[in-house]
Design a protein around this ligand. Structure first.
Ligand code: NAP
Length: 541
């Protein structure tokens, strides 16, 4: 069984009906009504206490009717609105979510095992992303289509021209999401989709589906979206892709193994359903040559690496996995990062002294242990996560692990380090000779979501950023002048592109209004200047 399938099966150990506990079976919202699955359900657990929290089940749903309803009712209602009206709708969703934030934090603590700051990146990060798109959409005004560049003359006579237009796709957007961002993961995709006029069906990862389901429930109950604009299927993904039609789009976030299954599904391979893939990534941090141990750039790297390793227990697709420093400062970097990690308190997120909570579940814990063992065979142990005693948590039950820093002085030979993504608080430190070698080592990740560069020479930093731009969706450059102002290596900002080429899946999300492209179809209208002039937006009042 491929790794992704194995993890999913672990999470889904189904319960015989006779022993079914009394936890709530979360409903699905499809075809404009709440519908329970017809099975006993798959349990969701508290990864710290081990208790069962809720169950999900999508058995017996009429997915064809659900998708038709979203396309026909939701799509038509959304397309009837202007960008400005849809932006106002997003602003209304923001208000609903803000009013229910406390409940979301409780669910995140219980189901994701995250400390408050980590829950914030998911919950408030989602709200912030929605607000950003509400503002961007307001600026698009009262139109229902977009123009792509200027009209172009097709011949000598300027009378007949070609104007490219963007119109919302007349299908639905299916989101298949990963477990690590049940809040943000929905809204960073739904904001541009709904703003574009495209209805959404979300299938959250089973392990943490509760938060997504609760947010959707609050928004549906508040009545701020037209019927069919937002649907949720909790539980198995079985049959979802079979329902996709040519003008639908699918946006997937998760492992490379599942991504490969999606790419080869007939909906994509034969019906040309547009697909966006956000997969795994061996993101890097690199300290530029000439930066001294203990210098400002060095300290900024050390701080960021420790933060990236421990935020959300390293369960971030953008987290730093590989750290490259000039040979001369390798030992100093190992000591400095290790010293920071040693201060990380690990355990029950309900305890105020704890800085790093749990992994999301037992399957994830096993996967991290397995990955760590693989990397350990090719590296030295620079800081041992096992040295962290758990606070307020039973090591036999809690899915908590301390942060581990590995290192190798022979990075070119250690292929596993550039290949194996351990989705937990683990990173590997490596030395490089000259900058060309350092950049070549970064590229061994075969395409990543994010790389960060640390240095004090603006020209050298800009040059290195361009060198990495072809193999990364985002290059985050940290110089001492932005030491306090930068937004963080792993933080995905709605203004910037999220995605990466190659191994990272080849997808593109966010990036301001660029995100709307995925949900629009581009067509060339060839017509007289008089006809084309009527396509231009009316001047804003
Ligand atoms: P996963 O096993 O691939 O699951 C992702 C989603 O796919 C879940 O909703 C899962 O549902 C669903 N799924 C599983 N099998 C499927 C199938 N045959 N057809 C359709 N959908 C299917 O990934 P994961 O282990 O949850 O997530 C961790 C991975 O995601 C990491 O590798 C990480 O790098 C990557 N990730 C990437 C990004 C990014 O933006 N690039 C962000 C976050 C995470 P069930 O939960 O019900 O199995």
């Amino acid at each position: 069984m491929p790794a992704a399938g194995r993890r999913s099966a672990d999470r889904r150990a189904s319960i015989p009906p006779s022993e079914a506990p009394l936890s709530e079976l979360l409903s699905n919202f499809v075809a404009g009504r709440w519908q329970a699955g017809n099975g006993a359900g798959t349990p969701l657990f508290d990864p710290v206490l081990g208790t069962e929290l809720a169950r999900v089940d999508a058995g017996g749903l009429d997915l064809r009717a659900a998708f038709d309803f979203a396309r026909e009712q939701g799509g038509a209602a959304l397309r009837a609105l202007s960008y400005r009206e849809r932006a106002a709708m997003l602003a209304a969703v923001v208000k609903v979510l803000q009013a229910n934030r406390d409940a979301y934090y409780e669910i995140a603590t219980a189901n994701s095992g995250t400390v408050k700051n980590d829950s914030a990146s998911d919950i408030d990060g989602g709200i912030y992303t929605l607000s950003t798109y509400a503002k961007l959409g307001e600026g698009l005004g009262d139109r229902r289509h977009l123009l792509d560049s200027e009209a172009a003359r097709l011949g000598k006579d300027p009378l007949f021209q070609s104007q490219h237009v963007l119109v919302p796709t007349r299908g639905l957007a299916l989101f298949i999401n990963a477990f690590n961002f049940p809040g943000w993961g929905l809204w960073e995709k739904a904001a541009p989709a709904l703003l574009s006029g495209v209805p959404v069906v979300v299938k959250p990862a089973t392990a943490t589906a509760w938060l997504t389901q609760r947010m959707v429930k609050d928004v549906v109950d508040a009545g701020v979206l037209p019927a069919g604009a937002l649907s949720i299927v909790c539980g198995s993904s079985a049959g979802l892709l079979d329902q996709l039609q040519p003008f639908d789009v699918v946006s997937f976030t998760g492992s490379a193994d599942t991504a490969a299954l999606i790419r080869s599904h007939p909906a994509v391979a034969q019906r040309s359903v547009r697909v966006n893939i956000e997969a795994d990534s061996l993101n890097s941090a690199l300290l530029l040559p000439g930066e001294a141990a203990g210098g400002e750039a060095f300290e900024l790297l050390v701080k960021e690496v420790a933060r990236e390793m421990t935020q959300k227990s390293g369960q971030k697709c953008t987290a730093i996995r590989r750290v490259f420093v000039p040979q001369a400062v390798y030992d100093a970097a190992a000591a400095a990062i290790g010293a920071r990690l040693a201060k990380t308190t690990v355990g029950n997120p309900r305890n105020d002294t704890v800085r790093m909570g749990a992994l999301v579940g037992r399957a994830q814990l096993n996967s991290v242990r397995e990955g760590l063992a693989t990397l350990r065979a090719h590296t030295d142990l620079l800081h041992d996560g096992a040295a962290h005693a758990l606070i307020d948590a039973d090591p036999a039950v809690a899915c908590c692990v301390g942060p581990t820093l590995l290192g190798t002085r022979a990075p070119a030979a250690a292929q596993q380090v550039h290949d194996v993504e351990v989705f937990g608080p683990v990173a590997t430190l490596m030395p490089y000779g000259d900058l060309a070698e350092g950049l070549a080592l970064v590229r061994r990740g075969q395409g990543s979501l994010a790389a960060s560069l640390y240095g004090s020479d603006a020209i050298a930093l800009a040059g290195a950023a361009l060198e990495l731009a072809d193999s990364h969706g985002r290059v985050h450059v940290i110089s001492p002048d932005v030491g306090a102002a930068h937004t963080g290596h792993g933080n995905v900002m709605p203004q910037s592109l999220h995605g990466g080429p190659g191994r990272a899946g080849g997808g593109e999300e966010l990036g301001g209004l660029r995100a709307l492209n995925f949900y629009h179809r581009r067509a060339a209208v060839q017509a007289s200047t008089a006809v084309l002039s009527t396509l231009a937006p009316a001047p804003q009042a």
